[in-house]
Each structure stands twice: as structure tokens, then as C-alpha cells.
Design a protein around this ligand. Structure first.
Ligand SMILES: NC(=O)c1ccc[n+]([C@@H]2O[C@H](COP(=O)([O-])OP(=O)(O)OC[C@H]3O[C@@H](n4cnc5c(N)ncnc54)[C@H](OP(=O)(O)O)[C@@H]3O)[C@@H](O)[C@H]2O)c1
Length: 439
């Protein structure tokens, strides 16, 4: 007879209900593969009056801490979200020697240091595969499969909502506002989409990936985060003309122990696999010194896909007594050190720069001079037709330069009246010298 694992689930929303459904639907497979039978003893929700679809006998409680104090419950699954009640529950469960599985990226990005340390101290498992890129097994890939590599770069499309919006802007020429409204009507964006479109959600995930890749703590507040709210149809169209797609990218690169990381919209060359990740999909590209580059693609959210990752963690707990515990590189040290950080403005990229200028002779010369003074040269320049006010968009594709130089040149040109509006600048990924990636 199979041994039972008694679990408690906090949260029965999108992910929690998907988990309950898949535990029942895949019961036979789960039993065969893990040799254990999962029994849900109790579920915590906020609203006890709402009708719930739960197996017979499951206790419903309004207090998540009941799960942490129940001596029968071996694993607590935290699927409430937020950093208040969720943090209390996770810490209390671990204090009581229970393993925890969570999908909560905000919690682990902001309180990871404390939570991972307690998991280690209590020698309990902490499964969090669902917290980064949903169904994509990126946590396991970094923690286990690539543990023998020195990782040099992790970059990805880590937020499905913003990727859906940008895909619509790219394929249909929609405005940002129309594409957002469309995402909301399909249930892909929350009524308050701030965390998704302003990059906070992707940034939470990036903090977790940096911790796994380099075994350091990168403070969420130190991450440079820029979302997609200001992206115009014009830039999406110009990017297309140059052979690029605009994507919201979370990226971290390491060189000589120093990490440069951020969440930002970028022009991704159409030959790169990342440029072809459309709709609500997520993808992560990892570079390691043994493996070369690895590309993972899949659904980053949704009831069943996210439940799939939660189930994977639960089964890992069932197979081994402890998934120990946190990072590939820090399983043996007491505390995570803080990351050595390269300031974002020092990071060197190629840049797409759109300027708005008067259509008069000498403007290009003035722009070239201001950029040359900052040591920036151009790979391509395109001028778009003038409007009735004689304003033209001049689009510059630069060679490699630090962000601070681009800012300085743009500011000088705005101050001296050459630019009629502040310049718009996005990083460029792929293209020159990288045309064959993924083909
Ligand atoms: N949705 C996704 O596709 C997805 C993907 C990856 C990761 N995640 C993460 O998974 C977690 C859950 O997301 P979700 O989309 O499933 O959220 P959700 O649909 O809003 O569900 C939240 C659930 O938690 C319950 N809850 C909230 N606060 C509570 C409290 N203080 N006490 C007791 N119960 C409480 C709610 O109860 P009521 O039902 O009574 O309101 C609800 O059942 C979040 O951390 C999220 O970031 C979600």
C-alpha cells in the first residue's frame, strides 16, 4: 500500500483550484510516478461563503495559520499571493518542520533571504518552481541540470501579459491602450495591471533567477525596472522596419563576478528565438560555460500550467525527503552574499534612439556631433517623412555604447533645442553578428 502525504493548501484561486483539479485528474499517474498518495486535509481561503469545488472531507478554514499548526499536515502549499499572510504562513510552517511549496515570486524576491535561511536551518524543502515563468522548469534547470556550469547570462520574456500586449501591437498595429484592453477582456491582464506592464512581476522573477544562477542576493530595490506603458506604435513599427521586435526583457549578465541586471523593453532581432515568443508565452535563454546556450519556452501563467509546476514540486518532496533547498551554488553556505552590481547606466549595448527634430539642413550634422562627443557612432540612420509641422523622426541605430552616454547626448540636444521632444532609447539584442541564432 502507498504511503500518504498529507497536504494543506492556502489559496483556492486560479492556481489553487488548478492544483486541486490536477491532483484528482492525474491521481493514478501521480501515484505511479511518486509512489505516494496526496491527501488534501485542509484548504484556507479568504471568503468562507463562496462555493468551492473540493473533494469530500476537506476542511475549509479562513485562517491560513491553521495549516501550519496542524500536526498531520506534512506539506503546506502557499497559493494566496502577497507578502503579508503568505510570509507569516510560510515561516510558521517551516518553524513547525513542514515542507513548503509556493508559487509566490513577490514573497521570495522580497523576503527570500529570510525564507531560504529558515528552510536551511529547519532542513525542510522549499519548492518554488511555479514562481518563475509558470510551467517552464527554469528553477530545476538552474538549480540541478546546470549546476555544473558557470552561468554567464540569463535572459527572458518573463511576463505573459506584457508579451501579449507587445505581440498585438506588433502583429495588428494596435495602440498600447487597445492591446491592454484586449488582454483584460481575455482575462490575461488584471483590472490593475501595474505589476505586469510596469515590469515589477518580471523583476521579481529575475531576482529569483539571479539567486539561482550566481548564488547571490540581488536586492529587488536595486534592480533597474522599466515597463512597456510608454511604448508607442511608432517605435514598434520602426523596429519592424529594421528587422526587430519590441519585447519586455528581464536580463542578467555576469562578468568577473559583477552582475548587470534589469527589466526593460528591448529591440530583439527577428532571427533570435526570443523574438518569436508571442502571445502570453514566456521563454528563458540561459548561457553556461559547459552547456552553451539553452532555450526554454512555455506558458508562464494560467490555472493548469502553473499547477503543473506546483505538482512537480510536490512530487519532488514525495520522492526525496528534502529538496535541499535553495540554490545550486549556495547549498553549502550559511548566508547569501549581496551581488556586486554594475550600474545600469554603465552597461554597454547597441541602442535604438528615436529623435524628433525639425526638417531643416544641418540637423543630422548637429546630432552626429553630439553623439560623437560622447564616443557614440551609428550603424544606421533612417529619416521618416515630415508631418505638416515639418517635424521628422530621425531613428539612429548605434554601435555599442554605455546608457549614460546615450542619455548625455540626448540631454544636450534637447537643451540646445535641436530635439523637439526628449529622445526615446531602447537596448538592441541580436542582429549584427548574431543573425543565425535559433535558425
Ligand atoms: N495566476 C497565475 O497564472 C499565476 C502564475 C504563476 C504564479 N502565480 C502566483 O500564485 C499565487 C496565487 O495566484 P492566483 O492567481 O491563484 O491568485 P488568486 O486567483 O487571486 O487566488 C488567491 C487565493 O488566495 C486566497 N487568499 C488570499 N488572501 C488570503 C488570506 N489572507 N487568507 C486566506 N486565503 C486568502 C483567496 O481566497 P478567496 O478565494 O476567498 O478570495 C484565493 O482563493 C500568487 O503568488 C501568484 O503570483 C500565479
Amino acid at each position: 500500500m502507498s504511503e500518504k502525504i498529507i497536504i494543506g493548501i492556502a489559496g483556492l484561486g486560479t492556481v489553487g483550484s488548478g492544483l486541486v483539479e490536477m491532483l484528482q485528474k492525474n491521481r493514478e499517474d501521480i501515484l505511479r510516478r511518486s509512489g505516494r498518495e496526496f491527501v488534501i486535509k485542509a484548504v484556507a481561503v479568504h471568503n468562507l461563503n463562496k462555493k468551492r469545488d473540493l473533494p469530500e472531507g476537506v476542511i475549509l478554514t479562513g485562517n491560513p495559520l491553521d495549516l501550519a499548526s496542524d500536526p498531520d499536515i506534512q506539506v503546506v502549499v502557499e497559493l494566496m499571493g502577497g507578502t503579508g499572510a503568505a510570509r507569516e504562513l510560510v515561516l510558521a510552517a517551516m518553524q513547525n518542520g513542514k515542507s513548503v511549496v509556493t508559487a509566490n515570486k513577490a514573497l521570495l524576491a522580497e523576503y527570500g533571504k529570510e525564507i531560504f535561511a529558515l528552510a536551511r536551518e529547519k532542513n525542510v524543502s522549499l519548492g518554488y518552481e511555479a514562481s518563475s515563468a509558470g510551467a517552464i522548469p527554469v528553477i530545476e534547470t538552474l538549480r540541478d541540470s546546470m549546476a555544473g556550469n558557470h552561468i554567464t547570462s540569463v535572459m527572458g520574456i518573463l511576463n505573459g501579459t506584457s508579451n501579449y500586449i507587445l505581440s498585438e501591437m506588433n502583429s495588428k498595429g494596435s495602440s498600447f491602450a487597445d492591446a491592454l484592453a484586449d488582454a483584460q477582456s481575455l482575462g490575461l491582464a488584471e483590472a490593475d495591471p501595474t505589476l505586469d506592464i510596469d515590469g515589477g512581476d518580471a523583476a521579481h522573477k529575475l531576482v529569483l533567477l539571479i539567486r539561482l544562477a550566481w548564488g547571490v542576493h540581488f536586492d529587488y530595490d536595486k534592480l533597474v525596472i522599466r515597463g512597456i506603458r510608454d511604448i508607442s506604435r511608432l517605435d514598434v513599427q520602426f523596429a519592424r522596419d529594421f528587422g526587430y521586435r519590441v519585447k519586455l526583457i528581464g536580463q542578467a549578465r555576469e562578468e568577473d563576478g559583477v552582475i548587470e541586471a534589469g527589466v526593460f523593453p528591448a529591440l530583439v532581432h527577428k532571427s533570435m528565438l526570443l523574438a518569436r515568443v508571442n502571445g502570453a508565452y514566456n521563454a528563458v535563454r540561459i548561457e553556461g560555460n559547459a552547456v552553451g546556450s539553452l532555450f526554454l519556452h512555455g506558458l508562464g501563467a494560467g490555472s493548469r500550467p502553473t499547477a503543473s509546476a506546483v505538482l512537480g514540486d510536490l512530487m519532488a518532496v514525495a520522492r526525496r525527503s528534502v529538496i535541499n533547498t535553495c540554490e545550486a551554488n549556495t547549498g553549502y553556505v550559511e548566508d547569501l552574499g549581496d551581488a556586486a552590481i554594475l550600474p545600469a547606466d554603465d552597461a554597454v549595448f547597441r541602442w535604438y534612439v528615436r529623435t524628433t527634430v525639425r526638417d531643416t539642413p544641418g540637423v543630422l550634422r548637429d546630432i552626429a556631433a553630439a553623439f560623437a562627443a560622447e564616443g557614440i557612432s551609428f550603424a544606421q540612420i533612417i529619416q521618416k517623412a515630415a508631418d505638416e509641422d515639418d517635424r521628422v523622426s530621425l531613428v539612429l541605430m548605434t554601435h555599442e555604447a554605455p546608457g549614460r552616454a546615450i542619455k548625455a547626448a540626448g540631454k544636450k540636444l534637447l537643451d540646445d533645442g535641436t530635439l523637439l521632444a526628449p529622445h526615446v532609447a531602447y537596448r538592441i539584442l541580436g542582429g549584427i553578428g548574431n543573425e543565425t541564432e535559433g535558425s
